[in-house]
Structures are given as structure tokens and as C-alpha cells.
Design a protein around this ligand. Structure first.
Ligand SMILES: Nc1ncnc2c1ncn2[C@@H]1O[C@H](COP(=O)(O)OP(=O)(O)O)[C@@H](O)[C@H]1O
Ligand SMILES: [Mg+2]
Length: 261
């Protein structure tokens, strides 16, 4: 593996009952970059995230995180290696507050053991206070501080998406994967997420984004990979990808979401 790559996949394939959802996809994500993965619906984008995070182990191929082979690791193990992910359609725990939802994401950072927790020893309270403090900071970072004690079920759609990002950040990832973070958001909310992603990168976190919103993709990506029918069909800077005939064909063939701006 080349130095400077935080994530590498080597010929990664996923097959579902004879259908190749992902076909020998080899990519590199450089440390510190904002990388986007685009492609028509059904192209295999979410499957790619599933395959690298242990949610859906690949049929063949390998995944390396900072040089370490993580191909056979479980989602829990992958999270411990600081790869965090937001889901396309995950709902928060509705009857818990925002703060409690974020605290769940901090679980691996709890230093007190199970005994101290059960016996509620002083160490437990000190640790809990620190975790709450960090969770509050994260809610402030995504613009939800004022709602931290509200139940998650009362959030608007856009707020729920922001909570999902805060929950993923609670892991203190080195690599953050976002699956369609601005889908269904209005332009103001999208603009906020674009700023947010750039702020996340400024903190030294590498970001990989699956997204259909071309204003966002073209506006913040250092580099873009394009998937179509499970295959990698293009890679490059935004202006290169936008002008690539294979990309235009894939989108026009699919009928929607042509990357026109
Ligand atoms: N768990 C699954 N079982 C069977 N087929 C699946 C499963 N997940 C995804 N697929 C199929 O794999 C292909 C890629 O899906 P997906 O990765 O969700 O695409 P995208 O995120 O690019 O829209 C689709 O044809 C989809 O129907
Ligand atoms: Mg998807």
C-alpha cells in the first residue's frame, strides 16, 4: 500500500444471489481528502460502504485501513479502528434525547469498567460527565445544541440527518463515511452540511461521501469516483469527471441526476 492512503480496496466484489452489486472495485482514499462516490441508483454505492465496514462482507477482494487488512472484521471491530459511518436511512432512538443518542456513539470511549458502572463508583460519574461534555460539543458542532434535551422523535428530517452525523463523529473517527448526507434537504441545509464537512476535514478527519447532490459533490470534493452497475467507470477531479463521456452516458442512460453543474 502507498503511504498516505487511509483506505485502499483491492478488487472488491459483492454478489447477491448471482447479481454482482460490486465488481472488482479498487480505490484509494488519501489521508485528509474529501472524496465523493457518485453513480446512478443501484450502482453499488451503499454496498461499497457495507463491504468496507463489515456490514456485508465482500465475496472477494480485500480492504485495508491505514495499511491494516480489515477484510474479515466485524462492524464493531471496524468502529474500534476509527472508521465511522452515517447511514442512508437510519433513524435515531426516538424516545431518547439527542444527548443520549450521541452518548451511545461514544460508548467505545468510556474508560470505566462494567463494575464501576454497576456500582456507580465515583470514576463512573467523572467519566459520564466527560462523555456528556463531549456529546454536547458535538451537538453544538452540528447546530443542534439548543435541542439537546429534546426527544429525537421530535426532530425535523434535516435535524435527524445532522444528529446522525454527530453520532458518527462521537466515535472520534479518522475516516468518516457519509451516505447521502443531504438527500431531501433544502438548499440552506445543504449549504450548512457543505460547510460542516469542510470543518470536519479541517479537524484532520478524512471524509468519503456518497451523494447525488451535484452542487455539493462538485463544490467540496477533492476527487470523485464514479460507479455504474457495480463497476468503477471514472475517477478524477470534479472538472474531469463532469466532462467524462462515460460518466455522462451512465447518467443519461439512467435518466436522472446528470452531473451538470
Ligand atoms: N442486501 C441485498 N440483497 C440483495 N441485493 C442487494 C442488497 N443490497 C443491495 N442489493 C442490490 O445491489 C445493487 C446495488 O445496490 P446499492 O448498493 O444499494 O446501490 P446504490 O447505493 O448505489 O443506490 C442493487 O441492484 C440492489 O438491488
Ligand atoms: Mg445507496
Amino acid at each position: 500500500m502507498t503511504t498516505g492512503n487511509i483506505l485502499t480496496t483491492d478488487s472488491l466484489s459483492v454478489t447477491f444471489g448471482g447479481v454482482r452489486a460490486l465488481a472488482a472495485v479498487s480505490i484509494n482514499v488519501k489521508e485528509g481528502e474529501i472524496l465523493s462516490i457518485i453513480g446512478p441508483n443501484g450502482a453499488g454505492k451503499t454496498t461499497f460502504f457495507n463491504a468496507i465496514t463489515g456490514t456485508c462482507p465482500p465475496t472477494s477482494g480485500q480492504v485495508f485501513l491505514a495499511g491494516q487488512d480489515i477484510t474479515a472484521k466485524s462492524p464493531d471491530e471496524v468502529a474500534r479502528l476509527r472508521m465511522a459511518r452515517s447511514f442512508q436511512n437510519l433513524k435515531p432512538f426516538p424516545e431518547m434525547t439527542l444527548l443520549e443518542n450521541v452518548l451511545i456513539g461514544r460508548e467505545i470511549h468510556m474508560t470505566t469498567g462494567i463494575l464501576a458502572t454497576i456500582l456507580r463508583l465515583p470514576a463512573f460519574f467523572a467519566d459520564e460527565a466527560e462523555q456528556k461534555c463531549r456529546a454536547r460539543d458535538l451537538l453544538a458542532f452540528v447546530g443542534l445544541e439548543h435541542r439537546r434535551d429534546h426527544l429525537a422523535r421530535n426532530l425535523t428530517y434535516g435535524e435527524r440527518k445532522m444528529l446522525e452525523i454527530a453520532r458518527a463523529l462521537a466515535l472520534e473517527p479518522t475516516l468518516l463515511l457519509l451516505d447521502e448526507p443531504v438527500a431531501g434537504m433544502n438548499p440552506t441545509e445543504t449549504g450548512f452540511v457543505m460547510e460542516l464537512v469542510q470543518n470536519i476535514r479541517r479537524q484532520g478527519i478524512t471524509v468519503v461521501i456518497i451523494e447525488h447532490d451535484m452542487k455539493m459533490v462538485m463544490g467540496i470534493s477533492d476527487r470523485i469516483y464514479v460507479l455504474d452497475h457495480g463497476e468503477l467507470i471514472a475517477e478524477g477531479a470534479p472538472h474531469e469527471v463532469r466532462a467524462n463521456p462515460a460518466v455522462i452516458e451512465a447518467y443519461l442512460g439512467g435518466g436522472t441526476h446528470a452531473p451538470t453543474h
